[in-house]
Write a protein that binds this ligand. Structure first.
Ligand code: KIV
Length: 271
């Protein structure tokens, strides 16, 4: 959709204004055309092509294996259906860490080849040079602190982060650093609600939480989790709006039974 068409596209400016007037920002992950069309029509503000695709789409145990080419393929599918929402694509593991030139090149590939509107990356002070460099090329960047799944082998577990004072203070310093580097927004994952509140109050940019409590500026969930397509993942922060795993399984079971019993197709369902 062009910026001149009838539906008004959500932009970084829209999101900043939402924070300023206290309007909560809604964000979900999406990985394909068909679900994006539904979420966009429902009025979602932001869709993220998360590297959680590595888990929920590709079936890997962690987010580490997914590649830049794979993320670009998924993001381009999302972009084709997203008419109103702002579309952000994760920079996958190994495409930005430790090298701001590579971070910029990876971001440029995402923007050029998928048509996404922004990129997201994980980390604090150590990625600020990359954030500044990407932003200097005109690409909006979203940061991600707290539980950062690309560092899972360093953390060792997916448990709540920054419960101790020292880690909380470090997270606050990193949040400010990410903002100063030019990020337009920040995701906080799985941290105490009081810390989420403090960061959202201290930062000027919108802070989006996943397991960061009710006081941040918006919420994000992984679509497979909130739709109940995943079954064995039940963190406290997850609200399931559907139980699609069981519903789809029942539908598939019924279809199989109908085929086997020769009930499908019937007279009306053939040419
Ligand atoms: O990859 C992802 O889905 C994410 C969200 C959990 C924020 O980064």
């Amino acid at each position: 959709m062009s910026v001149h068409s009838e539906i008004k596209r959500v932009t970084t400016h829209t999101l900043q204004k939402m924070k300023e007037r206290g309007e909560k920002i809604s964000m979900l992950t999406a990985y394909d055309y068909s679900f994006t069309k539904i979420f966009d029509e429902a009025g979602i503000d932001i869709l993220l092509i998360g590297d959680s695709a590595s888990n929920v789409i590709a079936g890997h145990e962690t987010t580490l294996p997914i590649t830049l080419d794979q993320m670009i393929f998924l993001a381009s599918s999302v972009v084709r259906a997203a008419r109103r929402c702002f579309v952000i694509c994760d920079l996958p593991f190994g495409t930005y860490q430790g090298n701001s030139k590579e971070a910029l090149n990876s971001s440029i590939r995402i923007m050029k080849e998928s048509g996404a509107h922004a990129v997201k990356l994980e980390g604090g002070a150590e990625v600020c040079e990359s954030i500044a460099r990407i932003v200097s090329a005109g690409i909006p960047v979203m940061g991600h602190l707290g539980l950062t799944p690309q560092s899972i082998y360093q953390f060792g577990t997916y448990s709540v982060r920054a419960k101790e004072e020292a880690e909380a203070e470090l997270l606050i310093r990193n949040a400010h650093a990410v903002q100063e580097a030019g990020a337009f927004s920040l995701v906080l994952e799985k941290i105490p609600a009081a810390l989420g509140k403090r960061v959202a109050e201290e930062l000027k940019i919108p802070v989006i939480g996943i397991g960061a409590g009710m006081h941040v500026d918006g919420q994000v969930l992984v679509m497979h989790d909130m739709l109940g397509i995943t079954k064995d993942f039940s963190p406290r922060f997850l609200r399931r709006y559907l139980n699609l795993y069981d519903e789809i399984k029942a539908a598939a079971g019924q279809y199989i039974a109908d085929v086997k019993s020769k009930d499908f197709p019937n007279e009306q369902e053939q040419y």
